[in-house]
Ligand binder design. Structure first.
Ligand code: CTP
Length: 401
């Protein structure tokens, strides 16, 4: 249990600092006590008073405060924690950590400690992708610093891309997992997850695809890995970064996805979140199709792709103990998904309403009805990351029941 553990939370200066308040609330809800350090820049975004109210403790801001030194030296401050969490970890803080600078309380604590550190980076997308930041992160990771995020999405600065701080729920989950190695309930289990669209070639330059973002499948792979499973993610082309701690196989076609899944077997858990193209062009043209002045519009003759979920559900011997498919429905969600569970021969179906009004396809939220042999469980509307964490918990429950 992570309850009773102590976190030292270093809040850097970024617009995401407000999320640190929610993080404190979530950690304390888990019985984890939080002591906060606020950088000078952090004070521009949240006040020591609000952090102090939520932590129910003094907030530390100043390296040279004599009373603090009398009460508790800065060395002691960092060593009294089980984990140091830097959220938001700004480009500036990461650079200081890498260089070993100690010009303020936050950087001094980070240099003076041997306590494990978890950093949740947050910054403008160009700052994140800059070679300097990427190099800093690489070096820090090699030194044993753990990272969560950043996420991709619309940023406060008006740009789009990776740089947004991970959601407080995900950070709290990562903190709990770090504080309690036994909180890896799926340790020893092997899982294979599919994600994203497939690209089905027409000729060397054209293909048929769909709008799947891969967000749900990637989040599931990450959540299973965080729960201790050994995960292989077989994914079509997406904009999602490879999840940390997961073996990722990048493929394009449905046939390659099937081969990737088969290569990852045997597994205990198989989850099929990919939007696999049901059909492909029967004969891929070896050369680019040319208009050539001809008036005839080429007709594409299609053939069926292998159904990966159905194939794996029907395997003899190598069938994973728990096979989970998705059903994207626009009406009669539960009856259609229940029928699909029987037709595919899988154990569970994660049914979701993807009618355009819900914004599920490509969006961040998902409303799931979990269809098992015992009926349907209605989940509340959650973010795709929350769905992934809840699914990992539900799988744990299944294996421990
Ligand atoms: N699936 C698969 N291989 C395929 C097609 C689908 O593994 N060739 C998996 C998907 O990853 C998903 C589930 O099967 O887990 C969805 O089944 P599918 O029959 O494609 O359902 P829908 O996409 O919901 O389409 P439809 O309603 O037309 O059946």
């Amino acid at each position: 249990m992570s309850s009773g553990k102590r976190v030292l939370l270093i809040v850097g200066g970024g617009i995401a600092a407000y999320k640190a308040l929610e993080l404190v609330r979530l950690l304390r809800k888990r019985g984890i006590s939080v002591r906060a350090v606020l950088t000078k820049a952090g004070e521009e975004f949240v006040t020591p008073l609000s952090l102090s109210a939520l932590t129910e403790d003094k907030v530390y801001t100043d390296l040279f405060s004599l009373t603090d030194e009398a009460e508790m030296g800065h060395i002691q401050l960092s060593r009294s924690a089980d984990l140091i969490v830097v959220a938001p970890a700004t480009a500036d803080l990461l650079a200081k950590m890498r260089a070993g600078l100690a010009g303020d309380l936050a950087s001094t604590l980070l240099l003076a400690t041997d306590t494990p550190v978890l950093a949740a980076p947050a910054m403008n997308v160009r700052m994140w992708t800059h070679a300097a930041t990427q190099e800093n992160v690489k070096v820090l990771a090699e030194r044993g610093i753990s990272f969560i995020g950043p996420d991709e999405g619309d940023m406060a600065c008006g740009e789009f891309g990776p740089g947004r701080m991970a959601e407080p729920t995900a950070i709290a989950e990562a903190v709990a997992a770090q504080l309690d190695p036994a909180a890896k309930p799926l340790a020893g289990k092997r899982a294979v997850v599919t994600s994203g669209p497939t690209y089905e070639p027409i000729d060397p330059v054209r293909y048929i695809a769909n709008r799947s973002s891969g967000k749900q499948g990637h989040a599931i792979a990450a959540a299973l890995a965080a729960a201790g499973a050994e995960v292989t993610l077989v994914t079509g082309p997406t904009r999602e970064p490879d999840p940390a701690g997961v073996t990722v196989r990048h493929i394009e076609t449905a046939r390659q996805m099937l081969a990737g899944v088969e290569a990852a077997l045997p597994a205990d858990i198989a989850i099929f979140a990919a939007a696999v193209a049901d059909w492909r062009v029967a004969e891929e043209a070896p050369q680019k199709l040319k208009k050539n002045g001809s008036r005839e519009i080429p007709a594409l003759s299609m053939t069926e792709n292998p159904d990966i979920l159905k194939t794996v559900s029907g395997l003899d011997g190598k069938r994973p103990a728990l096979v989970i498919g998705f059903a994207a429905e626009t009406e009669n969600v539960i009856p259609h998904a229940t029928e699909k569970r029987a037709r595919k021969g899988c154990d569970w179906i994660m049914a979701n309403d993807v009618s355009p009004a819900t914004g599920t396809f490509g969006g961040d939220a998902n409303t799931i009805h979990l269809i098992t042999g015992d009926g349907a469980e209605d989940w509340p509307t959650l973010t795709k990351k929350e769905v992934a964490v809840k699914l990992a918990a539900r799988i744990t429950e299944h294996f421990t029941a």
